[in-house]
Design a protein around this ligand. Structure first.
Ligand code: CA
Length: 222
């Protein structure tokens, strides 16, 4: 494999607990029955889609553009107020190994928070290139639609068999598999592995060090 498409939150940044908490806080302040677990279940969607889906499900109506932006801005503020985020344990070793082996590193995220994806090189390490990033601003349909991963694949110019997705969320796996890509799930969150297998993950690892072991084995078997 030549190109690795990394999801951001829960794979590069250990940010999901803070995202889930910020979502629950802000949605509850707006009167919605939305828990931290709902935050994890919606992981991968763009912020706008989380709000749109929640309002449809909880109030059976379309969200207005104004309320989407108002709630999303509050959520972004609440997230930042929860403090700095750290890299996921072990992910820097994975990135270093891939870089050393001349693999392309891409970021494919539903995030619209520039404070996160613009600072990957300072917060995680010198592995990233803005030309190899697909964010919430680059797509019409976010995950679980295949568009984000199809865009990354198309831009990469590699055949699909040379591309590999690293995801942690069920909806992210659904998006990657719908794009026809080999998908490794690293289960860094509180959901059971079965949620990832059920979406068609090709492999599921409990942490980054097992992913690294697998990558090393693959590299030496060629
Ligand atoms: Ca994720």
């Amino acid at each position: 494999m030549k190109a690795f498409f990394f999801d951001q939150d829960g794979i590069l940044y250990d940010s999901m607990p803070k995202h889930a908490r910020a979502w629950a806080e802000v949605m509850q302040a707006h009167g919605f029955d939305f828990t931290e677990e709902d935050g994890f279940m919606n992981e991968g969607r763009t912020g706008q889609d989380v709000i749109r889906e929640a309002i449809m499900e909880l109030e059976n109506r379309e969200a207005t553009e104004d309320e989407i932006w108002e709630i999303y801005e509050e959520k972004s503020k609440a997230f930042k107020a929860l403090g700095e985020v750290e890299p996921v344990e072990g992910v820097v070793d994975v990135l270093r190994f891939l870089k050393k082996n001349k693999k392309e590193i891409w970021v494919v995220t539903g995030s619209g928070q520039a404070s996160l994806f613009d600072n990957l090189n300072t917060k995680i390490g010198p592995f990233f290139d803005r030309q190899r990033m697909i964010t919430a601003f680059d797509v019409t349909h976010g995950k679980p639609d295949p568009e984000p991963y199809l865009k990354a694949w198309d831009k990469s110019k590699y055949p699909k068999k040379d591309c590999c997705v690293i995801e942690n969320a069920p909806l992210g796996v659904r998006s990657a598999k719908a794009a026809g890509l080999f998908t490794i799930a690293v289960n860094t969150g509180p959901l059971a592995d079965i949620a990832l297998w059920n979406e068609g993950a090709d492999l599921v690892f409990p942490n980054m060090s097992e992913l690294l072991d697998w990558l090393k084995k693959e590299a030496s078997s060629r």
